[in-house]
Design a protein around this ligand. Structure first.
Ligand code: GLN
Length: 277
């Protein structure tokens, strides 16, 4: 089979994917270990039988609805290529707003920063890639996620990150200048959980109680014991949760509570500042 013929198989993904052509190109690049420009330059190139078989395996997994990132085992986030696995949420572009907000709050001087529920390590590693002076910690309750985050760290060569296993703040010691998290925030009855790629992701990374706020509520309360004077706490949350999250911050005594929007204009990140006095 030639490259041009393989690309036509994109039509088989029309029912399951919003981007059949792109998915097909990604699978083909993955199998050939070539950049996408190669596909356009060499449409007449014949694939070996082994490569055709590997391509079909990718295509069939996608036809069953599996997310492209799990099939490739990789996902781009910020400026980084991250390994992903079924133990973790697939990093999303929305979460880059959390990274950007965190970077805008504090400069590149020696500071302690923690990422709770780090998963692939996406947020911790993106922050570390931009702030060489920070001492960044990433925690996750799932050992498979901690191991994955460490593999991503090693591949990216970001030595100033420490990944530890434990629930939310529990494995941490001392005080932090900033705590960030993209915790689960979907309520368990949300029908969004039954549709598309999200069906393949771990529920434990998505669902937080009946109102989707149970983990955010816990972290806001528990972080008071872990934030330095003037330290920041930032969350990603659902687009309809900003008012509730701001109230939780204010009730706990945080100040300077502000919400930021994602690239689609939806409320997505809320932060608060912890002052003892
Ligand atoms: N934004 C994700 C979604 O809607 C959920 C991410 C999360 O729960 N932290 O699929």
């Amino acid at each position: 089979m030639r490259i041009a013929e393989v690309l036509k198989l994109a039509q088989r993904l029309e029912d399951v994917s919003d981007s059949p052509r792109l998915d097909t190109e990604l699978f083909l690049c993955h199998v050939l270990e070539k950049p996408s420009s190669y596909l356009m330059t060499w449409p007449e190139k014949e694939l070996t039988e082994a490569k055709v078989q590997r391509f079909y395996q990718c295509l069939e997994r996608r036809q069953r609805g599996e997310p492209v990132a799990y099939i490739l085992g990789m996902q781009a986030f910020w400026t980084l290529d991250l390994e992903v696995s079924a133990d973790t949420l697939i990093p999303r572009a929305d979460t880059e707003v959390l990274v950007e907000t965190a970077l805008n709050l504090l400069p590149n001087i020696p500071l302690r920063v923690a990422d709770l529920g780090t998963g692939t390590g996406a947020i911790a590693l993106a922050l570390a890639s931009e702030r060489s002076a920070w001492d960044v910690w990433g925690c996750d309750r799932i050992i498979g996620a901690v191991e994955l985050a460490k593999r991503n760290q090693t591949r990216l060569g970001l030595a100033h990150v420490t990944f530890v296993q434990g629930s939310w703040l529990e494995p941490l010691e001392g005080r932090f200048d900033m705590i960030v998290s993209n915790p689960p925030y979907i309520d368990q009855a949300d029908e969004h959980l039954q549709q598309g790629d999200v069906r393949f992701e771990p529920l434990s990374a998505l669902v937080a109680g009946e109102d989707g706020l149970s983990d955010i509520r816990h972290i806001i309360t528990a972080s008071c014991q872990y934030l330095a004077e003037g330290g920041w706490l930032l969350f990603e949350h659902g687009y309809q949760q900003a008012t509730a999250v701001r109230s939780l911050f204010s009730e706990e005594g945080y100040s300077d509570v502000v919400t930021y929007q994602d690239y689609a204009g939806n409320d997505r990140v809320t932060l608060g500042c912890w002052r003892n006095s």
